[in-house]
Every structure is written in C-alpha cells, then in structure tokens.
Design a protein around this ligand. Structure first.
Ligand code: ATP
Length: 194
C-alpha cells in the first residue's frame, strides 16, 4: 500500500517517518530525492543551470543553494519558474520509486512536504497529515532553526495552512505533545493498516 505523509514546516514529518521505518515501513523522502537530482549533471541540475545560468554554480559544479535561494526569495516569478522546472521531474521520480518499492514492501510511505499542493493525493491509497497547533509549530520552528518568532511566523505563513490541509487528509496525526505520545499514535495507526 502506498501512503503519502505530509504536514507543514517543523510539524514532525521526519519524526513520524522514523517511527514508521522502525515499525517496518519502507520510507521514501521527497527532499532527499530532490537533493540527489540536483547533484552535478543530474536531471534537475541540468534544468536549473539551463535556466538560471552557470553563475549559480559553486566549486565542483554544485548548485549554490544559498544563491538560488536569494534569487527566488526576491522574485516570485523566478520561484514559480523554478517550481515549474523541477516539480514534474521530482514527482515522476517519487512515483517511479514508490511503485518499484511496492513490489517488495507491503507498506511504502512517501514523505512529501508539498504533496497536496503539487496534486499527488490521488497517487496514494491514503494521505496522512502531521498536524499541530500553530503555537507549538512556531515554538518548534524557532528552536530548531534558531530563529525569532517573526521569522518563524513568516515561514509558516508562506505555506498552505495546516487547517486547510486537514480537509485532504485521510488520517491526522496530532503532534502537540511529547515524542512518546506521537510514537503511540503512530503505532496505533500502524496496527490499523497492517
Ligand atoms: P521539516 O519538513 O521542516 O524539515 P518535519 O516536519 O520533518 O520538518 P521534524 O524534523 O520531524 O519535522 O520535527 C521538527 C522539529 O521538532 C525537530 O527539531 C524535532 O526534533 C522536533 N519535534 C518533533 N516532534 C516533537 C515532539 N513531539 N516534541 C518535541 N519536539 C518535537
């Protein structure tokens, strides 16, 4: 069975993935795939360098993520362009990997931050959302990234609200409490699907 796992920034997706992995699920991480495909000469690298030019490269032909980040941060049209160039490739790579893994594993989980936004809902048998209260999300993000409240709020507000994402989710994992509580919920869900 294919399950898509999503949530917001610092909501606890990776933590949930880790629990699921230890229970026996095979986990695929969209960010990791995107990272791999951005390596020199890989598919995304070709597209991104083709559009933004070699000035975004640093030593060893690697894409300078800070430079690229600055360009798109200051220019919504360029951000849109980057998404247009990269999302279809990342989506098809995720699909291919999940389908292949499904031949060997009973449960394949794909952790995808933008699962809902990029329209991948129907690919999965179920969509699981890691949800948490805004106040807790702000606190965790401030702590993890060592940033102030204003910066954390800005990052959270640039994303689709979690309350909106809830409407698309088949199961909701609430991460307001301790990691132990989170693990218990994940174990309970796991027992339901196996
Ligand atoms: P992102 O997509 O932004 O990388 P994420 O959704 O994968 O984040 P995690 O990395 O799992 O989220 O968690 C974000 C931060 O919050 C981490 O520092 C993690 O250790 C912490 N965290 C997650 N769940 C809990 C919890 N229940 N109690 C305390 N800290 C937590």
């Amino acid at each position: 069975m294919k399950i898509g796992l999503t949530g917001g920034i610092a909501s606890g997706k990776s933590t949930v993935s880790r629990f699921l992995q230890s229970l026996g699920a095979k986990v695929v991480d969209a960010d990791e795939i995107a990272h791999e495909l951005m390596k020199p000469k890989q598919k995304l690298w070709q597209k991104v360098v083709g559009h933004f030019g070699e000035e975004i490269l640093k030593a060893e032909q690697e894409i300078d993520r800070d430079k690229l980040g600055t360009i798109i941060f200051n220019n919504p049209q360029q951000r849109e362009k980057l998404d247009q160039l990269t999302h279809p490739i990342i989506i098809s790579e995720i699909k291919a990997r999940v389908e292949k893994l499904e031949q060997s594993y009973e449960i394949v989980i794909a952790e995808i931050p933008l699962l809902i936004e990029v329209g991948m809902i129907d690919f999965f048998a179920e969509v699981w959302l890691v949800y948490l209260k805004r106040t807790v999300q702000i606190k965790r993000l401030m702590q993890r990234d060592d940033i102030n409240r204003e910066a954390a709020v800005k990052k959270i507000e640039s994303q689709m609200p979690l309350d909106e994402k809830k409407e698309y989710a088949d199961r909701i994992i609430v991460n307001n409490g301790s990691q132990e509580e989170l693990e218990k919920q994940v174990q309970k869900l796991w027992r339901k699907i196996i």
